[in-house]
Design a binder for this molecule. Structure first.
Ligand SMILES: [Zn+2]
Length: 261
């Protein structure tokens, strides 16, 4: 009997918790069920060659998180500038892409870009310099950020970088701003099918969430998603504008900022 009461109480608790969360949720424009952010990290050739032409074909806007030291930035500057003119977002992904080398599976991190050895002022200079560089490319003054490896601490993990985030950015992937954390669902796909990508955005639509997809290579480079799977998702999103509000991450963040309950 006690067990039964406990069960009923916890079920009720769960229901009221869900209602409380739903009440805080930002409602998406024009009755859309989900917001979708398509972003692409690391300044990769396959993004210029494959992702941007596919986005343009379906008239969808993506966000490209550029690490300034990566060669496809300086070698193909005019193409990135052109992408910005087409309405795509150029976001900050630092200069050297520092990640925490002490974490498991991070042997590939080079010593000069070991975030565990960074101080907060050092990362701040790198972030501010990247914003200045991107301003020189596209003339914009507001940015969003994807932390390299989604790491949010420097100095052997002892110092949070969160104080920098609201100072320099309108939004940050992997560190919720302007939305309840429960309203955001992240995916960093690699080797997935179009069906799996579509299932992810459809689940977000059932829950009224922001589906934040962090791509890397498209039909090449690393953490690759095939051009076919990528295009299948874009075609699905473009065919259902009543259900999906697809925009650059900065526009979604501005919308969320201005429409908080
Ligand atoms: Zn990255």
């Amino acid at each position: 009997m006690q067990m039964k009461h406990l069960l009923v109480a916890s079920v009720l608790g769960l229901v009221s918790l869900c209602q409380a969360q739903a009440a805080d949720f930002v409602k998406w424009p024009n009755g859309a069920k989900a917001a979708v952010s398509l972003s692409y990290d690391d300044t990769l050739n396959s993004q210029l060659d494959n992702a941007i032409p596919a986005l343009n074909k379906y008239n969808l806007k993506g966000s490209f998180y550029l690490s300034v030291a990566n060669e496809p930035l300086s070698l193909r500057m005019e193409e990135w500038r052109q992408a910005a003119k087409q309405g795509h977002e150029l976001g900050n992904h630092t200069i050297y892409h520092p990640c925490r080398k002490m974490l498991p599976g991070r042997d590939w991190v080079v010593d000069y870009a070991d975030l565990d050895r960074y101080t907060l002022p050092q990362l701040e200079r790198e972030i501010a310099t990247t914003n200045a560089f991107l301003h020189a490319v596209d003339g914009r003054t507001e940015r969003t950020y994807t932390p390299p490896c989604l790491d949010l601490a420097v100095d052997n993990g002892n110092t949070s970088i969160k104080p920098l985030l609201s100072k320099y950015f309108v939004g940050v992937k992997g560190a919720p701003m302007h939305l309840p954390p429960e309203q955001i669902t992240d995916l960093m796909p690699s080797g997935v099918s179009g069906k799996e990508l579509i299932a992810f955005v459809e689940k977000a639509a059932e829950q009224g969430q922001l589906a934040s997809i962090i791509f890397h290579g498209i039909g090449g480079d690393h953490l690759t998603v095939s051009t076919e799977a990528h295009e299948e998702l874009l075609q699905h999103l473009a065919s259902h504008p009543e259900r999906f509000y697809v925009d650059s991450f900065i526009n979604i963040m501005r919308y969320a900022r201005d429409h908080k309950e």
